[in-house]
Design a protein. Structure first.
Length: 244
């Protein structure tokens, strides 16, 4: 009886998390798109062409040059953290695809390495917030909550993959069942259920947290606009101001 109730709860919670993630992300991104940006706000030195803007955005996403200039110690931790996260997410394609792409299968030997690197990077970023008075002063509960949640996901993921093994076929059947709206009971494995629950919490939390910078950077007027020479030195008049 308990297992049946738990299975129903997890399946229902999975769909709630998927809806919250999708709807929350859509609402936030539509809000970004609808926010007026009539004043050129490009951060100088800025590119003067659209192609240059694309190149700068790609650089910001891939190598974090501004963070490197501002705080090299933080840059190391953040870049390693995001690199390991990207590798882990890519490897998780094996739970959603059939047949599994060869490139995903080739990562099998390095998967544990990326898992540990991700966990250590999370600990580093968490410890840094506690160790530096300036960062400690600026940090609040959501900052710690996100890092703790990511750390729990990393730890439980490593355990179910390499120590307290969960049967991969059962996991894939459960995930594909959810995706095709033909849900089946989840694997009867406490650590996997805990890992899955943490992931669902992250999905619900993501659109309403600072983690949304992953998509928000593309909508930042200071980053997605070229430098418009024709506006340089001109006085800007707010069209909504009745007394300019």
């Amino acid at each position: 009886m308990f297992w049946n109730l738990l299975s129903v709860f997890l399946v229902g919670f999975a769909y709630i998390a998927a809806f919250a993630f999708s709807a929350g992300l859509l609402v936030k991104l539509v809000g970004y798109l609808r926010t007026p940006a009539p004043l050129p706000l490009s951060a100088t030195p800025a590119p003067e062409s659209e192609a240059g803007v694309v190149a700068r955005l790609l650089g910001d996403v891939l190598i974090f040059p501004n963070l490197f200039k501002a705080d090299k110690a933080l840059w190391v931790g953040a870049w390693v953290f995001h690199l390991a996260l990207a590798a882990i997410l890519f490897r998780h394609l094996r739970y959603f695809t059939y047949p599994v792409p060869g490139l995903v299968l080739s990562m099998e030997q390095a998967a544990l390495f990326f898992g540990y690197v991700f966990g250590l990077a999370t600990i580093y970023l968490f410890g840094r917030r506690l160790a530096l008075p300036r960062i400690l002063y600026l940090s609040n509960i959501p900052d710690y909550f996100a890092l703790v949640l990511l750390g729990l996901i990393a730890a439980s993921g490593i355990l179910v993959s390499y120590w307290a093994h969960v049967y991969l076929v059962d996991v894939k059947a459960f995930i594909l069942g959810l995706m095709t709206f033909h849900p089946v009971a989840p694997p009867n494995h406490p650590l996997f259920l805990l890992h899955f629950f943490f992931v669902l919490l992250l999905m619900i939390y993501f659109p309403f947290s600072k983690l949304l910078h992953a998509g928000g950077i593309f909508f930042s007027p200071s980053q997605n606009q070229p430098y418009q020479i024709q506006h340089a030195g001109k006085r800007y008049v707010n069209p909504w101001d009745p007394n300019p």
